[in-house]
Design a protein around this ligand. Structure first.
Ligand code: ADP
Ligand code: MG
Length: 700
């Protein structure tokens, strides 16, 4: 901690005990350090003046020079307001006060020149500014410092106590003067030079009090880089430490099972992307480190096969493998498809879920413990404490975003001596910048290619009033032998209400399609019933499946080629994409139909447009992140990482992030423990927890 920056904020002139308390309570600002790292969120160029005739209500702010030509109080006694008519050589506008009417009336003068500043609005065809900042010509009271004035986020509570952005700005400017010349570098000089950064002091001074646009840009770059660099340095050095602490099992052999499966049972040629990823995994598990790899691949890209072949590597080296799915249906499906794929081989594959009977469960536990079971597939039930493996070497987690980090950690402990290799699979593409940060401690593999012969799904948007066309289309397709999903959203918080919504939908579907057999599944059904309905649909006994989003992930029914999503405007982008992924699995042309009401908001429109435009999950993830901000992206909250980026933006600063990560990587490669004298500052930073408020405990 740099000495001067460590001082209590109350010692800054203009703060005092009362404001210190507010700053701490509302913004967590306790020290000089906290304030100088509290950056403006925008700047306003106070060199710019406008003429009244040019002003319109869409301008974010205006600054005008002129004179007051009349002042009057209007309105009832307890609701009175002050109206001043303000004039320059091009016209007039009104200045309004609702508070401090009496005081303002006495303070305002006609016939002197004022600079007024504020947000313009229009009322009755006339421009006005409510509660403008006023500065009388010749006085310096409100003088903005520098060319740009920083605007700071403040809370309602602060505004009530008159600690608004302007006050924070003043305090920051006072602080800047106080600490000038006393701020020590946080990044080693060789890096500052190499990365062509401005000094930390110059950056901090300019972020609050920019000299000019160019210096402001440099200041922002320096602070963004620093922020992302320290996060990356920390993630990567933790990863490095973990790799050193935990030796991994070495799967040195590619043996009988892998080879036999590959030669005799693999039903199709692997795609190049699958081959590439299997190679990457092979390199991990064949080395001396424990694997922690994230496998991203769009729906239908063939992740299951990669999982299976990785499990065979484990088995060939005398280990057990386990595959964990987020729902019973998915666990069941994995179990079925993997059992089928392995049916010609003598491997013991078992399923363990919440609905496994106690008696069966007991036998399973025994066989697991004595090593008879090679592959265990299941749900959360897998991580119950009574489940003990003989020699667990590999854990695969499918659709990871539904598993908490804590659960992941629990699985690790299933093998006391050395943690098993972990492969996390997700069909929810995560924007690159996000995976570099949230999953920055994992290695990432991507399957960026679909198996050949797939026809891209056609996505169509229909408004409610065109429902007839959609009904006709569905009828035609069902008569041709296809099957259809119709998905209803979760509309309210209450399960009861959602259920009602679904039931109503089901009733309507039954009415609209009287000749067909219709299935329904939803989250409140017993697992066994759900499975039975699913099975009926899969067998072709029913033609239409009415469902909630329980069918979202992984369900694989190639003959179902139409996905209708009702009230599509209510779904998030990644969810829409996941749902769409349920079709397009067979040889037929598949369709996804998005039904919306006629009136939809801008964001919904954007989501629908994106769905219609592209099938590329990564592109969709990028749009999603732009629309919602990185904090809301699925997988972020569950990951348990508290993001608190002060200045860098994962949507916009991808390049800086890459640069920061590359730089951190290069440094750690040369000096893994940051022992070199020249990296002393970096080590110090890593050991302290300042400036990157990351919840490091959450990274397993
Ligand atoms: P996901 O990545 O969504 O889990 P799956 O593993 O379920 O995808 O695979 C989707 C479908 O593609 C499955 O029916 C699977 O058998 C098939 N498949 C996987 N790999 C290939 C391949 N290389 N060639 C042809 N079909 C494949
Ligand atoms: Mg899958």
């Amino acid at each position: 901690m740099q000495d001067i920056l460590g001082q209590d904020i109350k010692f800054l002139p203009g703060v005092g005990p009362k404001r210190a308390e507010i700053l701490q309570k509302e913004l967590g600002i306790k020290t000089f350090y906290d304030l100088i790292y509290y950056y403006p969120y925008k700047y306003i160029d106070r060199t710019k003046f406008y003429k009244i005739k040019d002003i319109h209500a869409q301008m974010p702010y205006i600054q005008v020079k002129g004179k007051i030509i009349s002042i009057e109080t209007v309105g009832a006694a307890n609701k009175e307001r002050l109206v001043a008519l303000f004039q320059d050589e091009t016209g007039t506008m009104e200045l309004l006060w609702f508070k401090g009417v009496k005081y303002q009336k006495e303070a305002l003068k006609t016939n002197v020149t004022y600079t007024i500043f504020g947000k313009p609005a229009e009322f009755n065809g006339k421009m006005n500014v409510v509660h403008p900042e006023m500065e009388q010509e010749g006085t310096q009271t409100l003088k903005p410092s520098g060319l740009f004035q920083g605007y700071y986020i403040t809370t309602e509570e602060m505004k009530k106590k008159f600690v608004n952005s302007k006050v924070v700005n003043k305090l920051a400017l006072a602080l800047v003067e106080k600490v000038r010349g006393k701020i020590k570098e946080s990044i080693p000089a060789y890096l500052v030079e190499k990365m062509k950064l401005i000094t930390l002091e110059e950056a901090l001074v300019n972020i609050h009090k920019p000299e000019d646009t160019l210096t402001l840009r440099k200041a922002r770059f320096r602070l963004k880089f620093e922020e992302l660099f320290f996060i990356q340095l920390k993630i990567l050095s933790l990863k490095h430490q973990r790799e050193n602490k935990f030796k991994g099992y070495k799967f040195s052999e590619i043996g009988y099972n892998f080879n036999t499966f590959y030669k005799d049972y693999l039903p199709f040629e692997l795609t190049n992307a699958q081959k590439k990823v299997i190679k990457e995994i092979r390199k991990d598990v064949g080395g001396t480190h424990q694997m922690n790899r994230l496998l991203q691949g769009d729906v239908g890209s063939g992740k299951t096969l990669v999982a299976l072949m990785t499990m065979l590597m484990a088995i060939d080296n005398g280990f057990q493998a386990s595959l964990m799915a987020p729902t019973e249906i998915l666990a069941q499906q994995h179990f079925t498809s993997i059992s089928n794929l392995l049916s010609g081989m003598s491997l013991n594959v078992k399923l363990l879920t919440g609905s496994t009977k106690t008696s069966e469960r007991k036998i399973l536990h025994e066989k697991l413990q004595n090593g008879e079971i090679h592959i265990l597939i299941g749900t959360h039930a897998l991580i119950e404490d009574t489940v003990n493996f003989h020699k667990l070497g590999l854990v695969i987690i499918d659709e990871q975003h539904r598993f908490g980090v804590a659960q992941r950690a629990k699985l690790w402990k299933k093998n006391q001596l050395i943690p098993p290799h972990v492969l996390v699979m997700t069909a929810t593409p995560i924007p690159r910048t996000l995976s570099m940060t949230v999953y920055g401690d994992l290695d990432v593999s991507v399957i960026d290619e679909l198996p050949p012969g797939r026809k891209p799904i056609q996505t169509l948007h229909f408004f409610e009033n065109n429902r007839k066309k959609v009904v006709g289309f569905i009828q035609r397709k069902v008569d041709e032998g296809r099957q259809v999903y119709i998905v209803y959203p979760l509309i309210s918080e209450s399960e009861k209400m959602d259920f009602k919504n679904l039931e109503e939908g089901y009733r309507q579907v039954c009415e609209t399609f009287p000749g067909y057999s219709i299935s329904m599944i939803h989250g409140r059904m017993k697992a066994a019933n759900k499975d039975r309905e699913m099975q009926r649909f899969k067998n072709g006994e029913t033609q239409i499946m009415v469902a909630t989003t329980v069918i979202e992930v992984g369900v694989d029914i190639p003959n179902a080629s139409i996905m209708v999503i009702e009230s599509a405007e209510r779904f998030g982008l990644s969810q829409l994409h996941q749902l769409r992924g349920r079709v397009g699995r067979g040889a037929e042309q598949s369709h996804c139909i998005l039904m919306t009401s006629y009136k939809i908001g801008n964001e919904s429109r954007k989501r629908i447009e994106t769905m219609v435009r592209t099938n590329d999950g990564f592109e969709i993830a990028e749009v999603d992140m732009k629309l919602r901000g990185p904090g809301d992206i699925e997988g972020t909250q569950q990951s348990g990482l508290g993001f608190d980026l002060k200045i860098a933006n994962l949507v916009k600063d991808g390049e800086i992030l890459q640069l920061a990560r590359d730089t951190a990587m290069a440094i750690l490669k040369e000096d893994p423990y940051l022992e070199d004298e020249k990296n002393k500052l970096l080590l110090k930073h890593i050991l302290s927890n300042k400036r990157t408020e990351f919840n490091w405990g959450a990274i397993s």
